[in-house]
Structure formats: structure tokens, C-alpha cells
Design a protein around this ligand. Structure first.
Ligand code: HEM
Length: 146
């Protein structure tokens, strides 16, 4: 169970990061070129949003089924914070990524509330780009590619 969820989370991450990059670049280039916001722009941003939400659900399941959760429980909050690996996977990575996915959701919601094309591009472009930087800052890179 744990291994399957970890594999899914691990491969899905490529999709999330790739789609966020594409959506952010697409929105920022749309903003820069002052072009109209089209249904295709909406689709790209929506697919990135959906992928990130699915990753959030898979991530929560991964915490629940994680065998290292027992070690974390025994260590307690103080012990987890003193251990760089446990702190990364149970505190920093989930917390920062939930904040990032919240920003993606805010960017998406704000674009729907305005009729101005430039503002649509701005809310998606800025929010998705900030979220991407946050996600990249807390990926457990060492174990992802090992
Ligand atoms: C878009 C958001 C996210 C991305 C791109 C992402 C990406 C990743 C990646 C690449 C790994 C390493 C996988 C591996 O070792 O093969 C990982 C591990 C992990 N993620 Fe996420 N993650 C995201 C959100 C979350 C969230 C929201 C949670 C929890 C609420 C979470 C929980 C975990 C846990 C617990 C691990 C460590 C698993 C282990 O080593 O046993 N992730 N994540």
C-alpha cells in the first residue's frame, strides 16, 4: 500500500511541476504580450489546478500510510523537529505544499472573478509561479531521484 502510494506521488509530481511551469509561463507570456485570455489559457490553468489538488489528496494519504509515522509519533513533535529528514517529510514539505496549493487555488479563483484579460493572466501567472518556487524549495530531492 505505502509503496504504491509513494510511487504514485513520486510520478504525479512530474506532472504537477511540469504543468505548473507551463501554466505560469503561458500566463506570464500572455500578460507580457497583452493578448486576449482564451479558452485554451483557461484549460491549461485548470489542468494544472486539478493535478495539484489530486497530489494534495495523494500526499495526505501518503502521510497516513507512512511507516515512518510511527517513528515520528514516538519521537514527538520536538524529536521530529530535531531530525532533518522527519522534519522535511512530515512538517516542511506538507505545510509549504499546502500553502502553495492554496495560492494556486486563489490564483485560479481570482481569475474567474475578473473580466479583464490582463488581470486574469496576472492572477494565474503570479500565483502559480510563486507556488512553483515554494514547491521546488521543499521537494525531498535526494530521495526522489535515488
Ligand atoms: C504539489 C504538491 C506536491 C508535490 C509536487 C510533491 C512531491 C513529492 C516528491 C517528489 C516526493 C518524493 C517522492 C519519492 O521519494 O519518490 C514527495 C514525498 C512526500 N510527500 Fe509530497 N508532494 C506534494 C504535496 C504533498 C502534500 C500536500 C503532502 C502531505 C499533506 C505530501 C506528503 C509527502 C510525504 C509524507 C512524502 C515522503 C514519503 C516518504 O518518504 O515516505 N506531499 N512529495
Amino acid at each position: 500500500m505505502y509503496q504504491n502510494v509513494l510511487d504514485l506521488h513520486s510520478y504525479w509530481a512530474f506532472g504537477v511541476l511540469g504543468l505548473l511551469l507551463i501554466a505560469a509561463i503561458n500566463a506570464l507570456s500572455g500578460l507580457g504580450s497583452k493578448r486576449a485570455f482564451t479558452p485554451r489559457d483557461r484549460q491549461i490553468s485548470m489542468v494544472a489546478l486539478i493535478f495539484s489538488h489530486i497530489q494534495l489528496v495523494v500526499g495526505i494519504i501518503l502521510v497516513i500510510v507512512n511507516p515512518q509515522l510511527e517513528i515520528a509519533k514516538v519521537a514527538g513533535m520536538g524529536g521530529v523537529m530535531k531530525d532533518p529528514h522527519l522534519r522535511l517529510i512530515f512538517v516542511e514539505h506538507p505545510l509549504i505544499n499546502i500553502i502553495a496549493i492554496t495560492l494556486i487555488t486563489i490564483g485560479w479563483s481570482k481569475h474567474k472573478k475578473t473580466a479583464e484579460d490582463a488581470k486574469k493572466f496576472k492572477s494565474i501567472g503570479y500565483m502559480y509561479a510563486i507556488a512553483l518556487v515554494l514547491l521546488l524549495s521543499r521537494i525531498p530531492w535526494g530521495q526522489w531521484f535515488s
